[in-house]
Design a binder for this molecule. Structure first.
Ligand code: ASP
Length: 442
């Protein structure tokens, strides 16, 4: 794809501005509809029209994920060309993903212990029936499951770790075949460019999709849900922001020398996509596009690190688990002790590797963590009501963590383009119409 198609300037509001306006309008509309309590609005507008538009938007994003990851990863592996470099990129990103998740949950536990949400909480009136736990997978199971028995099933079910494993193996074999692979690689490059055009088309629809998703969430979630668990919500949001603007920004500065303020500004559209869809997986096309076109990360590195991170790296989710565990331990007056907290850290990291970035998965993972440290899983009912909004915020943190690690790895390999990073206009789409024109065949 020619860069010019994505770096258009002039001509109307940027897509980011439109998406942000849509987000604000969605919040206001949702809150108004929430207070109106009208059956017609609830059934036909919120549960009908908004649900339809929002679902179409999320489905359209999901529909791009598997083909985009497949073709961009084939191009990435063959583009990197050297199996040792590939191994280094894989090793560095894996280590950094684990490290950032450990920092996230460690900080969350310390912060929650200092603030102490949940002490003196009244359990009356909370229905705890219907909350069921999930067994934690063993480390061995998590790693064994990376190898698919049937690649078609892995692709069809969107099992990202299996898709990545199979595609990287295929990429390495393609390299080993040498010249015989030339036309196949050309075909994949074409398909990759084609998929990026489709990403452009779906992004043009984003303001409407974001508006519908956010209006629906806020219409369904009244402010009343937040009051009983305000301590939990405030501690969690504080920890999420501290991680994003503290830990991740400092790591980015220290390990890559890049300016975190510029970086975060460029990440904003991807964060809004993550916020409105609550799915790191569905956001992969946008995170990939943002780090390559806006931040300047090499496509080869991004094609591996972004889907890998969306699957194994969930800093925001780990933070939620840390804060929720401390909160519930306080609610039930159970002392966890150092051993308990270390178990929580280990479990949260493992659960984050073993589960996909889809809405609500953090809560399922929390059942594993609570079971492991002997806290009653029914406690999850207390925070259930506010989880959707918390999910939206932590997903934005999750994908920011993926992008930060990807950028650090790319910079350390000399595969980040500073001219793109330093150019505020790089990769900006101006106006939906232009995005569609940009995506048109030429
Ligand atoms: N929704 C989150 C994600 O997709 C996972 C979670 O915390 O539930 O990254």
């Amino acid at each position: 794809m020619s860069d010019a198609t994505l770096t258009r300037s002039g001509g109307g509001m940027s897509l980011t501005t439109k998406i942000m306006i849509a987000m604000g309008a969605g919040i206001v509309t949702g809150l108004i509809f929430n207070t109106l309590q009208s059956d017609f609005i609830d059934t036909h507008i919120v549960g009908g029209f908004f649900a339809m538009v929002g679902t179409m938007f999320v489905n359209a994003l999901k529909m791009l994920v598997v083909p985009l990851v497949f073709f961009s990863l084939i191009c990435g592996v063959t583009g990197i060309g050297d199996i040792r470099v590939l191994g280094r990129v894989g090793g560095k990103s894996f280590a950094l993903y684990l490290f950032t998740t450990a920092c996230a949950i460690g900080m969350a536990i310390i912060l929650a212990s200092l603030i102490g949400p949940g002490t003196g909480f009244q359990m009356e009136g909370i229905d705890t029936s219907g909350v069921t736990g999930r067994e934690a997978p063993s480390v061995w199971q998590v790693f064994a499951n990376i190898v698919p028995t049937n690649p078609i099933a892995a692709f069809a079910n969107g099992e990202m770790l299996q898709v990545i494993f199979y595609t990287v193996m295929l990429g390495v074999a393609i390299l080993m075949l040498g010249d015989a692979s030339k036309s196949f690689i050309e075909g994949c490059t074409y398909m990759n460019n084609l998929m990026m055009k489709v990403v452009g088309l779906v992004m043009a629809f984003a303001p409407y999709g974001v508006f519908a998703l956010i209006a629906k969430t806020f219409a369904e979630q009244g402010i009343g849900l937040f009051l009983p668990v305000l301590g939990y919500v405030i501690t969690l949001v504080l920890a999420l922001f501290l991680h994003m603007f503290g830990t991740l920004s400092i790591l980015l500065k220290l390990l890559s020398g890049l300016n975190p303020v510029t970086f975060m500004a460029k990440m904003r559209p991807a964060q809004i996509f993550a916020f409105s869809t609550a799915s790191s997986n569905a956001t992969i096309p946008v995170t990939y596009r943002t780090v390559t076109e806006r931040v300047g990360v090499d496509k080869g590195v991004a094609s591996f690190c972004i889907p890998f991170g969306a699957t194994i790296n969930m800093d925001g989710t780990a933070i939620m688990q840390g804060v929720a565990t401390v909160f519930l331990a306080n609610v039930y007056g159970i002392e966890l002790g150092l051993g308990g907290y270390i178990t929580v850290i280990g479990m949260a990291i493992l659960a984050s590797i073993g589960t996909a970035g889809v809405p609500g998965v953090g809560l399922v993972m929390l059942t594993m963590v609570l079971t492991q440290v002997g806290l009653p899983i029914e406690g999850i009912a207390i925070i259930l009501g506010v989880d959707r909004l918390m999910d939206m915020i932590r997903t934005a943190v999750n994908i920011t963590g993926d992008a930060v690690v990807t950028t650090i790895v790319a910079k350390s390999e000399g595969k980040a383009d500073m001219a793109i990073f330093d150019n505020p206009e790089a990769g900006v789409i101006h106006g939906n119409e232009e995005a569609i024109v940009a995506a048109a065949p030429r």
